[in-house]
Design a protein around this ligand. Sequence first.
Ligand code: FPP
Ligand code: MG
Length: 291
Amino acid sequence: MSWIRDSSLTWAQLFCVRVLKCGVIPKHVAFIMDGNRRYAKQTNVKKLDGHSKGFDKLAETLQWCLDLGVSEVTVYAFSIENFKRSKDEVDDLLRLATQKFQRLLDEKDKLMENGVRIRVIGNISLLPPDLTKLIAEVELLTKYNNKAILNVAFAYTARDEMAEAMKQMVEGHRSSDLDLSDINVQLLSKSLYTMDSPYPDLCIRTSGEKRLSDFLLLQTAYSYLYFTDVLWPNFTAWHLLAAVFHFQRAYPTLLKVRSSLPKPPLSDKAAKFLENVEEKHWKKAAIAASS
Ligand code: FPP
Ligand code: MG
């Protein structure tokens, strides 16, 4: 199935979307897409088919988010911990991702028409070279798309992301690009893979598990967390609409808490440092894409 789909909302769901749009729509929604294997077991299909259904649901959910006016979506597709699963399952998941990123490139006209930027956040160096190359190609192709952003967390954990950010800052300090006084929460946040993205307003986890499992730990510090029992492949637009409704109810409190948070400024030196980090990222991507 394609990443970009036509809208599949029913008239009743469209009506609810219109009602919800009278309130605040989350700018950035994060998803922990959990329950693919339990779905596979329940429906008597192979694990891979469960993950495949999970991908189809991701594509569908993206379109619902676009229909709602959500401008950024981040999905937890493969954690570093997932490498500990059986070799067969890891190989299947990596193959599935390779097929899907290839499909994205094959459908590039559709992707560009929709103006969706795709970013892969994670420790790409842990992935096989053919997948790394495809990811770099997709990121370069969509770099300037600005209607919506899809962040795919792949070979990701938040603790690894923070450790990588720390390493960069330590290197920056060693090379005198950063003074100790330039290092603050703002710089740490912008040194993460999500860079300048606004923090998620809403984080949804399916399958009844109530934890973050090392996903966007810094970025979700003040997000509204929504847990639902539905297994990811069974997620529907109704579940999304319910999550947004609960987010809207909590929004006034969320806003109050968020506006009382200190916002340490980013020094000029730190801004320059971040520019260099981004430049290095794109240079690496260009090398990977042409390899
Ligand atoms: C969690 O369910 C799901 C995953 C570990 C994989 C999610 C991957 C996809 C939805 C495909 C995405 C592909 C691309 C290219 C973005 P689980 O396996 O933990 O299931 P369980 O909780 O029932 O055991
Ligand atoms: Mg799981």
